[in-house]
Design a protein around this ligand. Structure first.
Ligand code: UT7
Length: 360
């Protein structure tokens, strides 16, 4: 049975930066509260639709792997903030890339969508159903945010990254995975206003209300990720000492520290970028993975522990053994269209649109 190894990686971060000070211009909050409770200093706000971020990430990941778009057998787009529900996001990437031989599906498990997609693609590669897959994790939360609610507005950001998975006979790639879900408490993280339940019932799309029981979500995040990490470390026989780098979901620095501590891995071997991007939901782990490679934190044959947590409440962990190559084979010249507004102007636009839809 072949293994599924990651041979390409690429991210696409929107350039507009929204700082904690920017948030304090319209919310009753401050940098001290946000930094001490979450570790977040700034986040990105996209000036383009999610499909654009997905396409640029995908083109970069393909070039990194040295593959042609026509080599792809499957594209998985992990997200809960799709541009349209029909048709799906993955088919848009298939079209833009010209990946005419690829099937295209979306996976929505909220913040763990990329990781559930990783399991789906790697299982299909191991079964011999496909050989080359593109797995994207992307999220554009800013148009769906309730910017009047300080409990959630300070936590999230936009972003996207993609990876290419290929069949290999080498002893590398996704070595173990564990998926889980605390469905019994699914209502403690709920976004009202997204979904057909609200259609034609006085809601306008994007006019959301967030139910977010922060402390209970925090507790469950630590329990779920720790449980999943223990399972995959046990299955591979690696143990904490065998982990070269933890690449965790980036929702809150305190959660990351608690999960690393429970896994027995010191923070020096745990990748953190939550201070620069906040919680980008499905994009957090793939963006952190790409940046781990860019920063030289992933060595050939390194054992990586990926773990995530999100609405549902879904959770997961993967052990990924890296291959010999930690540098891209090539680069793509695809870029985002130029930015014409500041992050604060984009957010104020979302707030005005929401007020407009409420008054209509
Ligand atoms: O990826 C999805 C998973 N999401 C997560 O993993 C998030 C998990 N939860 C958390 O990260 C934390 O629970 C939060 C960061 C959301 C909140 O931290 P906390 O230490 O649990 O704070 P808290 O909810 O206990 O709130 C403490 C106080 C409250 O005021 P009172 O009632 O004590 O007077 C809040 O109203 O902080 C207040 N508060 C704020 N103050 C300033 C809440 N949000 C803010 C804010 N600025 N943005």
């Amino acid at each position: 049975m072949p293994n599924a190894t990651i041979t390409g990686w690429g991210k696409c971060m929107p350039p507009a930066v929204l700082t904690n000070a920017d948030l304090a211009t319209f919310l009753d909050t401050d940098d001290e509260w946000i930094t001490s409770r979450t570790g977040i200093k700034e986040r990105r706000i996209s000036h383009v639709p999610l499909g654009e971020l997905g396409y640029v990430s995908a083109a970069r990941a393909l070039a990194c792997a040295g593959l042609e778009a026509t080599d792809l057998d499957l594209i998985i787009f992990g997200t809960c903030s799709f541009d349209e529900q029909v048709p799906n996001m993955a088919s848009g990437v298939q079209k833009r890339l010209g990946a005419v031989n690829a099937g295209a599906m979306d996976v929505n498990t909220a913040c763990t969508s990329y990781l559930y997609g990783l399991t789906t693609a790697s299982a299909m590669i191991r079964q011999g159903i496909i050989r080359n897959a593109l797995v994207i994790g992307g999220e554009l939360i800013s148009p769906l945010m309730d910017w009047t609610n300080r409990n959630v507005a300070v936590l999230f950001g936009d972003g996207c990254a993609a990876t290419v998975l290929q069949a290999t006979d080498a002893d590398e790639g996704v070595l173990a995975d564990k998926l889980g879900c605390f469905g019994d408490v699914r209502e403690i993280l709920l976004v009202r206003g997204m979904g057909q339940r609200y259609a034609n019932r006085g809601w306008h799309y994007g006019d959301t209300e967030w139910v977010f029981e922060g402390q209970e979500i925090f507790k469950r995040a630590v329990i779920g990720m720790s449980q999943a990490c223990e399972t995959v470390l046990g299955a591979t026989g690696l143990g904490a000492d065998g982990v070269d780098l933890v690449v965790p979901h980036q929702a809150n620095l305190r959660i990351i520290e608690a999960v690393a501590k429970r896994a027995g891995v010191p923070m020096e071997r745990t990748f953190v970028n939550v201070h620069r991007y906040g919680n980008m939901s499905a994009a957090t782990v793939p963006v952190a993975l790409v940046e781990s490679l860019e920063d030289g934190r992933v060595k050939p044959q390194a054992n990586l522990l990926l773990t995530g947590f999100g609405a549902g409440l879904t959770w997961s962990a993967h052990v990924v053994r890296w291959g010999a190559r930690t540098h891209p084979l090539g680069a793509s010249d695809v870029e985002l269209p130029p930015l014409e507004k500041t992050a604060l102007e984009i957010v104020r636009g979302h707030m005005a649109a929401k007020r407009g839809s409420r008054e209509a």
